[in-house]
Design a protein around this ligand. Structure first.
Ligand code: C2E
Ligand code: CA
Ligand code: CA
Length: 742
């Protein structure tokens, strides 16, 4: 504890000085006077001394109080290194040695005892030298060093020389700070995330961790010669300054150059801190280049079609809206052309998706090369594309483009030795007029496309007011048809097939009839395409198969029934089971059932379709090729499957009177049939002239209004009874029957 003794010592000295003043020789009176005055002086001196003592005591007290307030330990030593004064904090820091310092005790003596006790780990093995150095340090002006204590604490020592050669020493316990620094180093150095500490003022890099060295490719020394700005790729993006002002915890992104010159994207988390007493910034740098690339890819994918790389519907609509906004201010027009591929589904089903995909890419390429740079081409869905044609002055400009696009698609596509002809149909809507936003225009172009598909595939069609109503009526047909199938309202009518040489009925073709409660008899030509598009055809087909087999089972044994099959029914995979079921349920012999398929089914030779056809034939069912001659390579289909019957399309019969080519074609088909051993049937026979011509050419069978329209089963039963009974000339009978029906 601090004492006041040193001050008392000074006071004694002052008294001694006064006593030593030399007096003059005294007389008795004088002596008395003098004595009195001496006594007085002594009294005054004593009083002065006491006041001085009191004053000294007070200032000492104030000093003591002052040093107690300090948060650091403080100690005063005299020129010989003796303890003069210290505060509680000092005593606390050196609590183990507290009993070793007393006023007057020398610092080096307490150090020596401490060293002996092992209080100073740094002194172990070099005790005397350590003490000497420590004392020498004490007399250096502005000494500052850290001292380790055996109990793990670290004390910061700062010492200043006083005017009288003594020392004022400060002691701060920096143990906690040291621990924090150590854990920072641990976190920093060993962190797998690249980290940099740089000075706040000039951006100089003060420290980097191993991960940063490894990742960025700069050597540690090289790194520390750089400023943070050397690592930034773009001056225009000053993340350094930005990082300071913005929320410290939020990541910012930053383009950064690596030592090899490559550019990476970084997410930077920054935090201000003091590093080696300099205001600094700690930056944790996460390489997010991969994530950025993935994001860019995603953004692209969200707006593009993955297969062709073309813009998708979203991007198309955005671009269309832009073009429309721009066009509103000019006299120009904008056309939207929606292009649908005609036979894509068949190609995809028969050759598989691999080839389908290649085909779509090739189509995209051809379309693109037909367009100007500024026209947008997009893929809307599997087999539909759209073009935005801007800057038109007249609709004819859209016609020209539509023709060019159709021509581009018309040429065959060659893949793996296959020559594929797919063809396309186009619907066009124009702005202003057909709609002023992308959604409306696309919808109307789409509607024009479905119209063109129904009416005349391979061409284009403009949107017209009223198409909407048509589309609506199609939707109504769809819902009504669904209901009709469920309630079994559809039924077959039967049209006879006549053996032309013997004039007898050999069988009937079942044609679906739909008596609609509001619209009367709806033509299959109207609802079959809708049924095919919507998949309802399977319901229609199944129903027709069952009913036809059931009805035919009650006819005479030699009379067959022909049922039409749609290509869609082959895609379901259960056609064979459906046929077997219909035969079983009705008890009809398989050889009495004929199935009519069209060339489109055989557009390309699908192994699945062929397998089903062979399986059906193996049951004993006969297979006919319907509408022969309307496809583009009818003859080649005859090679792919052994048909039992070929039905020459009505169009040839219709042309018989008008041109000689039709007759030549029929003649060659008949001779082909003879060669292959296949029955040849002519469809759509309406006149006696046609009949006699077909007879002359040796055609086996005929079907048409000349003989009879399709009729309900009860009338057929009558017709057959009449044939059996009277064995009349069928043509005559049929004519009277037709007269009855019509
Ligand atoms: P299709 O298979 O070629 O059937 C022959 C069509 O020609 C029938 O039309 C028939 O009424 C008509 N027709 C018959 N003789 C003559 C004639 O002398 N002159 C004229 N101008 N036409 C004649 P319908 O019944 O309207 O059937 C049209 C098409 O609908 C059929 O053509 C067929 O492709 C399809 N279809 C009809 N019923 C079914 C069915 O049950 N299933 C499937 N998938 N399609 C069917
Ligand atoms: Ca038919
Ligand atoms: Ca036909």
């Amino acid at each position: 504890m601090p004492r006041i003794r040193p001050v008392k010592k000074k006071l004694k000295l002052a008294v001694a000085t006064r006593k030593s003043r030399r007096p003059v020789k005294p007389t008795p009176k004088l002596a008395r006077e003098r004595q009195r005055s001496i006594l007085q002086a002594a009294e005054t001196a004593r009083a002065e001394a006491e006041a001085a003592i009191a004053e000294a005591r007070k200032s000492h007290e104030r000093l003591r109080e002052a040093i107690e307030i300090l948060p650091q330990g403080i100690v005063f030593l005299d020129a010989e290194g003796r303890y003069i004064l210290w505060n509680k904090k000092y005593a606390e820091i050196y609590s183990r040695t507290a009993d070793l310092f007393e006023p007057g005790v020398r610092l080096q003596d307490t150090l020596r005892v401490g060293v002996a006790r092992g209080d100073y780990p740094e002194a172990v093995g070099c005790e005397e030298q350590w003490i000497a150095e420590r004392i020498a340090k004490m007399h250096q002006p502005g000494e500052r060093h850290e001292q380790k204590l055996a109990d793990g604490r670290t004390i910061l020592i700062e010492e200043r020389l006083t005017k009288d050669g003594g020392v004022v020493g400060l002691r701060v316990d920096i143990t906690e700070l040291k621990q924090r620094e150590a854990s920072f180093r641990l976190l920093f150095d060993g962190n797998p995330v690249p980290m940099i500490v740089c000075a706040l003022d000039d951006g100089r890099i003060l420290a980097v961790n191993d991960a940063a060295v490894e990742h960025y490719g700069y050597g540690r020394a090289e790194f520390e010669r750089l400023t943070i700005r050397n690592l930034q790729a773009f001056e225009s993006e000053p993340p350094w300054d930005g990082a300071r002002s913005s929320d410290e915890h939020a990541a910012r992104t930053w383009k950064h150059v690596k030592a090899d010159g490559s550019l990476i994207d970084l997410a930077i988390y920054s935090r201000e801190l003091v590093y080696n007493e300099r205001p600094a910034m700690l930056l944790a740098l996460m390489d997010i280049s991969e994530r950025k690339r993935a994001e860019a890819r995603l953004a692209f994918l969200a707006q593009h079609d993955g297969l062709t790389g073309l813009p998708n519907r979203n991007l198309l609509r955005q671009q269309m809206d832009d073009v429309l906004a721009h066009t509103r201010r000019s006299v120009d027009k904008v056309a939207v052309l929606v292009l649908g591929l005609d036979n894509f589904k068949a190609v995809n089903d028969t050759f598989g998706h691999g080839l389908g995909d290649r085909l779509l890419r090739a189509v995209a390429k051809r379309l693109r090369s037909t367009l100007r740079e500024e026209d947008t081409l997009a893929r809307l869905n599997s087999d539909e594309f759209a073009v935005i044609q801007s800057g038109l002055t007249r609709p004819e400009d859209a016609v020209l483009l539509a023709r060019r696009l159709l021509e581009a698609i018309a040429d065959p596509f060659l893949f793996d030795g296959h020559s594929l002809v797919i063809g396309a149909t186009i619907g066009i809507a124009m702005a202003p007029g057909d709609g002023d936003d992308s959604e409306k225009l696309l919808k109307n172009a789409d509607m024009a496309l479905s119209r063109a598909k129904n009416d005349s595939r391979g061409t284009f069609s403009f949107f017209e007011a009223g198409m909407d109503a048509r589309a609506q009526s199609r939707r109504k047909i769809e819902t009504d048809l669904r209901e009709a199938i469920q309630n079994e309202q559809l039924r077959p009518y039967y049209q006879p097939l006549i053996d032309l040489s013997r004039g007898r009925i050999t069988g009937f073709e079942a044609l679906v009839r739909w008596p609609h409660r509001e619209r009367g008899m709806v033509s299959p030509a109207e609802f079959i395409p809708i049924a095919e598009e919507t998949g309802l055809i399977n319901g229609v087909g199944g129903l027709m198969l069952r009913r036809a087999c059931m009805d035919a089972a009650s006819w005479p044994d030699e009379v067959r029934v022909a049922v039409n099959l749609s290509p869609a029914q082959f895609r379901t995979g259960n056609l064979l089971a459906l046929v077997m079921d219909a035969l079983k349920q009705s008890g009809l012999a398989a050889k009495r059932l004929e199935l009519e398929i069209t060339e489109t089914l055989l557009l390309e030779k699908s192994s699945q379709v062929l397998a089903t056809l062979h399986a059906l034939r193996a049951l004993g069912v006969r297979i006919s090729m319907d509408d022969f001659g309307t496809g583009y390579s009818s003859l080649s289909y005859l090679r792919s499957f052994p048909f039992d019957k070929i039905k020459i399309d009505q169009s040839f019969v219709r042309d018989l009177g008008a041109n000689r080519e039709a007759q030549a074609i029929i003649r060659s088909i008949v001779s082909l049939g003879k060669g292959l051993g296949v029955t040849i049937t002519a469809e759509g026979v309406e006149t006696e002239a046609e009949l006699s011509c077909l007879r002359a050419e040796g055609c086996d069978e005929g079907q048409g209004f000349l003989f009879s329209r399709a009729r309900p089963n009860d009338e057929i039963v009558e017709l057959l009874r009449a044939q059996r009974g009277a064995d009349t000339a069928v043509s005559r009978e049929a004519r009277s029957a037709q007269a009855r029906v019509a």
